[in-house]
Ligand binder design. Structure first.
Ligand code: SF4
Length: 499
């Protein structure tokens, strides 16, 4: 990469362009800042462009927002926090209308609430539920809040045309002919402005290393974060553009627990640089990635109860004689006769043969409750290890109290009547949180045993019964029990009950 060459004319033209677009309308700006190179260039250019305007021209607010997924790589998030603070301080000092904000996922949709609470399998490229829940939804919420206040907003993003061909096409398809703004793919009152569309990677680094950061950062430090990595998980606020954004997570910018990539370069890089206290994080992350596709950790139906089959080739199956092969129409009987609970069964060496003679196996769903318990336990143990080694912060948290409360809530609705979250927490940490204990459990131990016996006698599914009782409990005490019938109906219609 050359650092000698800098196209000063291009920089001046881009700043002028930014000024023109800023002055063009009354829409406030929302600038996405991920801490990576492209968004740093954009924020720096916007900062410099505004600085050159007269104070009476600075009428519109510019919100610089960063997402905190709450599972960010620890050193990266503290560097983002410092940068946001510096941007804010400098903007206030010189009178720029810039406001910095962090956006976070709702407690109900956080990484741990989704994975340990609801059982979402760790994200993969093909099932990347995390970017929506952790980044896009919180950013969109912020934008919609501004839309409701101001009518319309312009989002300013650090995307570049030649980052990938697909993204190039997406951006072209969104561009309003002859205009500098693109339509947002899903938010109708939001527009997207991409001032560094024409920049190459070299342009980006040339700029960052030649023009000092106006808020006092050292961009050489940013460059060193990119060693051995070439991508980032940007704070993307347009889904279509995001979808073509390449290998999110394959860099030091992203979540420490990211399983979208095979190898976590972020953690490995930091550990190689002497951050030994991160070793337990890497071990946890690798374990989480490894257990993902082991059938015993996963339910045998989807979260909505749907049962699905995957074709298998008998030749690919190890120890074929361990498997029971049944005809497809026998499946329902077989499950009922053997009292198989598809939500909890661990080993299910069952193959189904359809009418054409093809073999299939049951597809996997969320993590089982037992697997979720194991994950929570290991996460808390990891947190303890890190706390012991963490140089500056003995209270360092990998999982927050909010997450634990939410997990507890999700488990209770999934039939965890033992209320395991406070117990596991106490067992691992030796501490109690400020839990609100319910003095009157939903059902006493003895009653539960009766319920088990009765459900066996009558051939009823215990898990279903528990779920129905939990729903009833959720609505008890309300005069208007709106939603009760729909919840019951949804539960009764679950696919796995009607095989
Ligand atoms: S870094 Fe990985 S886990 Fe985090 S949002 Fe991006 S893809 Fe998901």
């Amino acid at each position: 990469m050359s650092t000698k060459f800098i196209n000063a004319e291009m920089i001046e033209t881009t700043k002028k362009h930014i000024q023109d677009v800023y002055l063009m309308d009354d829409r406030p700006w929302v600038v996405g800042y991920s801490g990576g190179k492209d968004s740093t260039v954009v924020v720096q250019l916007v900062f410099e462009a505004l600085r050159e305007l007269k104070s009476e021209q600075l009428k519109k607010k510019v919100y610089v927002i960063s997402s905190d997924t709450l599972v960010e790589t620890p050193l990266i998030i503290s560097s983002i926090n410092t940068t946001l603070m510096r941007i804010q301080d400098k903007a206030l000092e010189i009178g720029l209308p810039i406001e910095t904000h962090k956006v976070r996922p709702d407690a109900s949709k956080s990484f741990w609430a989704s994975l340990i609470g609801k059982g979402y399998p760790s994200p993969r490229q093909k099932f990347r539920w995390c970017t929506d829940r952790l980044k896009i939804d919180p950013a969109n919420k912020f934008i919609l809040d501004k839309v409701s206040k101001f009518g319309e907003v312009n989002m300013v993003l650090g995307v570049r045309d030649n980052e990938s061909q697909t993204r190039d096409q997406v951006m072209k398809s969104h561009t309003i002919e002859g205009k500098v703004l693109m339509r947002h793919s899903s938010l109708s009152n939001a527009f997207v402005f991409a001032p560094i569309r024409q920049f190459s990677v070299d342009d980006v680094w040339d700029y960052l290393l030649t023009y000092p950061s106006p808020w006092g950062n050292d961009n050489h430090e940013l460059l060193s974060l990119y060693q051995n990595s070439n991508s980032e998980c940007p704070l993307i606020v347009d889904k279509d553009i995001k979808e073509s954004a390449g290998s999110c997570g394959n860099s030091r910018f992203g979540c420490w627990v990211c399983t979208v990539v095979k190898k976590d370069k972020a953690l490995i890089g930091f550990i190689e640089n002497g951050e030994d206290w991160m070793v337990p994080l890497l071990e946890f992350r690798n374990w989480l990635s490894d257990i993902r596709d082991i059938p015993k950790y996963r339910q045998k139906h989807r979260m909505n109860g749907q049962v699905y089959m995957l074709p298998v080739n008998l030749e690919d199956i190890d120890e074929e004689d361990k498997y029971t092969i049944i005809e497809e129409e026998e499946l329902s009987n077989y499950i009922e006769k053997n009292q198989i609970n598809l939500a909890t069964v661990e080993e299910l060496n069952l193959l189904v043969k359809d009418k054409e003679g093809n073999h299939k196996k049951l597809g996997l769903g969320p993590f089982t409750l037992k697997a979720r318990e194991e994950i929570l336990r290991f996460l808390l143990e990891t947190q303890m290890k890190v706390q012991e080694q963490h140089p500056d912060d003995p209270e360092f948290e990998l999982i927050r109290e909010d997450d634990l409360q939410m997990i507890r809530k999700y488990w209770l609705t999934d039939g965890d009547w033992d209320d395991r979250v406070p117990k596991i927490y106490k067992e691992v940490t030796g501490k109690d949180l400020d839990w609100e204990y319910n003095d009157r459990p939903l059902i006493e131990e003895e009653q539960l045993t009766d319920l088990e016996i009765l459900s066996q006698d009558y051939g009823l599914n215990l898990q279903l019964l528990k779920k129905l009782i939990s729903i009833e409990k959720k609505y008890s005490g309300y005069k208007v029990r709106r939603g009760l019938h729909q919840d019951i109906e949804k539960t009764l219609k679950q696919d796995w009950l009607h095989l």
